[in-house]
Design a protein around this ligand. Structure first.
Ligand SMILES: C[S@@+](CC[C@H](N)C(=O)[O-])C[C@H]1O[C@@H](n2cnc3c(N)ncnc32)[C@H](O)[C@@H]1O
Length: 247
């Protein structure tokens, strides 16, 4: 089983903690500012990307959905509105992110439909063949082991179930890539300093995107983990990649 470069990119390189603990600490620190930072950094595109990913599940009409790395719950909330499943379970390692999500879900009166709980993608606390669809938006980049995380998704999906993954990526076109690099290395750290006060978290962002396998490499990995009919699409000049895979 291959190791992936992204597994070695850490938020706090001077820390002796493992990737999971560092990622958890980072998201706990930025949780309150995560939503506004997300909107600003993606120039509002994050909502459209989530919507496109969720609508790819419309035909499947999933009843039980697991949203891994659910964070502040935006993907789960949109999936509820667009797909009306019976139940969405969102899991995340960061209690800080989940607390923000719980407040949003309570305010929207969706607590009977969306349940958020602490959980690690490396070891999903669910039986095999439990979910019709499993989703991960902007989370796989943080996994300690990409192969293990994707294999866990495969295990908990029902046969015929679908995994949908969204992840930030680097544009392939050289001109767009230059613009993207300038934006992530110069503009985002400044925004992070003013809004979230944790600049290290937002240095980790471009580094982990750069190290993450994208396109064909990610497609091959999904096949290696047992999936079939793997589809890849990119949005907004390649700055976001979408993967859809069937068990
Ligand atoms: C960039 S946020 C994405 C949140 C949300 N999915 C969205 O669309 O905005 C990444 C989330 O992944 C979570 N995460 C990272 N590693 C994880 C793991 N091993 N298991 C579960 N969640 C994890 C983080 O705590 C964080 O909340």
């Amino acid at each position: 089983m291959a190791d992936y470069k992204c597994e070695k990119v850490l938020p706090y390189s001077a820390s002796s903690q493992g990737k999971k603990e560092q990622v958890e600490q980072m998201f706990d620190t930025i949780a309150e500012k995560y939503d506004p930072m997300n909107r600003l950094m993606s120039l509002g595109n994050d909502r459209t990307w989530r919507k496109k990913a969720i609508l790819s599940l419309k035909e499947l009409n999933p009843k039980k959905i697991l949203d891994i790395a659910t964070g502040t719950g935006d993907f789960a909330i949109s999936a509820h509105h667009l797909l009306s499943p019976e139940k969405i379970t969102g899991i995340d390692i960061s209690e800080g992110m989940l607390n923000v999500g719980q407040q949003k879900i309570a305010k929207l009166d969706l607590t009977d439909h969306i349940v958020l709980q602490v959980g690690d993608s490396m070891q999903l606390d669910f039986d095999a063949q439990t979910f019709d669809a499993v989703t991960v938006a902007f989370g796989v980049r943080n996994f300690e082991s990409l192969h293990k995380g994707l294999s866990e998704i495969y295990r908990v999906l029902k046969t015929g179930g679908v995994a949908v993954i969204l992840e930030l990526s680097e544009p392939e076109n050289a001109f767009m890539k230059l613009g993207y690099k300038l934006y992530t290395k110069l503009v985002i750290p400044v925004l992070a300093r003013f809004i979230s006060k944790d600049t290290r978290a937002y240095n980790y962002l471009p580094q982990s995107i750069e190290a993450f396998p994208q396109g064909k490499e990610m497609k091959a990995l999904l096949y290696e983990c047992g999936f079939s009919q793997v589809e890849v699409k990119t949005f907004t000049c390649g700055s976001c990649s979408f993967y859809r895979a069937v068990k």
